[in-house]
Ligand binder design. Structure first.
Ligand code: SF4
Length: 190
């Protein structure tokens, strides 16, 4: 089912991003994963290679996953809210997210993860109605997201934000992100 869905995304023309993409970026990792990680949208490196989180931010994410003892290829199913790169890495437009939403919904249904990591504010906005600050809600477990009862959602800071924050001191964004990932691993009972 996921293979069929990926093929559909590769030929999808439901929003204008199809005209500027090099590749659709559907997923990386394992379809047997207990943890799903959802980011914002593909960037230039992702568009070129057809895989999510493979640029500078992705490399930093890999370092954090390693420190939290989470195996990117076995423990995670990684995707984005939309499957094609917005020009100049701008945020996805609401209409683009709406056009692409069915792919994400089908992916969640097929993977049926225990935990969904919402990586950054844009990913979290796709699931939470209320206004929030990502720095305030990161690390919280939300288990009452409408339509996804039974799945725990945990927002974390986006690695592109962590690229600008170098401190690893107690309470720093990097320190908090590592703690969040370790907690997520425990929550998913890997
Ligand atoms: S972003 Fe989603 S809806 Fe838009 S063309 Fe790509 S796959 Fe289709």
């Amino acid at each position: 089912m996921l293979e069929k869905l990926e093929k559909q995304a590769q030929s999808c023309t439901k929003c204008p991003l199809c005209a500027t993409r090099t590749n659709t970026v559907f997923f990386d990792g394992s379809s047997n994963a207990k943890i799903m990680l959802i980011g914002e949208a593909p960037g230039a490196d992702e568009d070129a290679l057809g895989k999510p989180f493979v640029g500078r931010a992705g490399k930093l994410l890999n370092e954090f996953l390693k420190m939290a003892d989470i195996d990117r290829q076995k423990d995670l199913y990684i995707t984005n809210t939309i499957k094609c790169r917005p020009p100049k890495n701008r945020k996805p437009e609401p209409a683009e997210k709406a056009a692409c939403e069915h792919f994400l919904k089908e992916q969640i249904k097929a993977i049926n993860p225990k935990v969904i990591i919402l990586c950054g504010a844009t990913a979290a906005e796709s699931f939470f109605d209320k206004k929030f600050q990502i720095t305030k809600i990161r690390g919280e477990i939300f288990d009452n997201v409408k339509g996804y009862e039974g799945i725990k959602f945990v927002p974390i800071l986006h690695p592109s934000y962590l690229l600008r924050k170098h401190s690893q001191d107690e309470g720093s964004p990097r320190d908090l992100t590592l703690k969040d990932l370790k907690m997520i691993k425990k929550t998913a009972l890997l």
